[in-house]
Design a protein around this ligand. Structure first.
Ligand SMILES: Cc1cc2nc3c(=O)[nH]c(=O)nc-3n(C[C@H](O)[C@H](O)[C@H](O)COP(=O)(O)O)c2cc1C
Length: 205
């Protein structure tokens, strides 16, 4: 089983990364393979051109297409972002808009967790924003004993946020438990539910 943890910070080894590594350690201890992917390299937003609808990949050929390929082998994902002005980073927003638009179907029914790293405020607004993506894809949300946030401006400060780090470990344990339950269910013949064909309406019809 494999979990991909996406770091939406422009900093490859900053605070968000530090939180993700705490989750990773717990998953590895439970025998689950992990990859930390630097989503913070996605500097271009969605153009809304629908190239991906016809071609199955984003017209902007960067880390989003690389991530989309990785999703085939993922059993679950974690989306982590620093808080920028009480929201997810611009990179993470660009990354998730484009990943879900071009390859969201690969994530359907796979467990997901979201993580926010901030100095002081805006973390719950960021978590709410990040949750919009998995909610769209029928992904079971994995939680901890507190909202899944850490506080700090440096990795060392994040490590001193003992409650935040504990939440990361709990998240890792809960993710491992859910993955093992899904696997056991599969072996016992419990399959993913069928998705009905999409009905699309708007507000005038
Ligand atoms: C442009 C920008 C905006 C920020 N806005 C906030 C904010 O609204 N609230 C907050 O608590 N911290 C804010 N911060 C601080 C970061 O969220 C915080 O240091 C975070 O842990 C950094 O994670 P990283 O090292 O993974 O990038 C901001 C930082 C930057 C660069």
């Amino acid at each position: 089983m494999k979990v991909i943890l996406f770091n939406g910070s422009p900093k490859k080894n900053g605070c968000t990364y530090t939180a993700l590594t705490e989750i990773e350690k717990q998953l590895n201890a439970e025998g689950i393979e992990t990859v930390i992917f630097h989503a913070g390299a996605a500097t271009k937003g969605c153009l809304g051109c629908s190239y991906c609808v016809k071609n199955g990949k984003c017209i902007t050929d960067d880390c989003v297409n690389e991530a989309a390929e990785l999703l085939d082998s993922a059993d679950a994902v974690v989306f982590g972002s620093p808080v920028h002005y009480a929201a997810a980073s611009g990179m993470m927003t660009s990354f998730l808009d484009r990943l879900f638009y071009s390859a969201g179907g690969k994530l359907r029914h796979k467990p997901c967790a979201v993580v926010a790293s901030c100095r002081r405020g805006g973390s719950t607004a960021t978590l709410d924003q990040l949750l919009k993506y998995p909610e769209f894809m029928q992904m079971p949300i994995v939680t901890a004993q507190y909202w899944t946030m850490v506080h700090g401006t440096t990795p060392d400060e994040v490590k001193k946020d003992l409650e935040g780090m504990q939440a990361m470990r709990t998240l890792g344990k809960n993710m491992a438990w859910l993955l093992k339950c899904i696997d056991a269910g599969k072996k016992a013949g419990v399959n993913k539910p069928e998705t009905e064909e999409k009905i699309k309406t708007n507000f005038i019809r």
